[in-house]
Write a protein that binds this ligand. Structure first.
Ligand code: ADP
Length: 169
């Protein structure tokens, strides 16, 4: 059984095996969580992302997929980069958001990670409504078979924390 915990805080400060990054498909960095992870983790992460672009992901990492790099100077062993879907009211992209969580856990299992921290993927610049994103994230983690022992949802602000904590009660 995977323990799922909501935590209010900064994901770059979490001591876990793997930190999930809400990346964009370029893998070359962006704002929000992505910017914070690269700033705190240092240039090693970006160097590995560039190498991934040059080898396996010349066209970028597809939405809903996940790939791991070193965590550089973060207090974690790996960063798992996943690309969340942009929210649109006229197309249901929930399956892609679920896929981000499933794929991140699959990569975590491949790495042998036992503790994994997730941000609220797609709820920032990508505009996904918080309550709905929390529902999809929690339901997907609950339904995924994994050897990960602890999933920590790390929420930056109180509103996001409430949305995830509410789902987990
Ligand atoms: P996306 O492009 O997938 O929407 P963002 O990085 O814009 O990704 O936002 C995802 C979520 O991460 C938002 O809820 C945002 O408030 C939150 N966030 C931003 N910085 C951090 C951080 N350092 N730690 C945890 N969560 C963060």
């Amino acid at each position: 059984m995977t323990r799922i915990r909501p935590v209010r805080g900064d994901i770059t400060e979490q001591t876990v095996d793997a930190v999930v990054n809400a990346a964009n498909s370029s893998l070359l960095g962006g704002g929000g969580v992505d910017g914070a992870i690269h700033r705190r983790g240092g240039p090693e992460i970006l160097a590995e992302c560039r190498a991934l672009r040059a080898s396996r992901y010349g066209r970028g990492l597809p939405t809903g997929r996940a790939v791991a790099t070193t965590a550089g100077r973060l207090p974690a062993r790996w960063v798992i980069h996943t690309v969340g879907p942009v929210f649109t009211p006229d197309e249901d992209r929930s399956e892609l958001l679920a896929s981000c969580h499933r794929e991140s856990l699959r990569v975590a299992d491949e790495l042998g990670a036992r503790t994994v921290a997730f941000p609220a993927v797609s709820t920032g610049v990508y505009g996904w409504p918080l309550e709905d994103a929390a529902r999809i994230a929690v339901e997907t983690v609950r339904a995924t078979r994994t050897a990960v022992e602890e999933v920590r949802f790390v929420l930056f602000d109180e509103r996001a924390h409430q949305a995830f904590a509410g789902r987990l009660r």
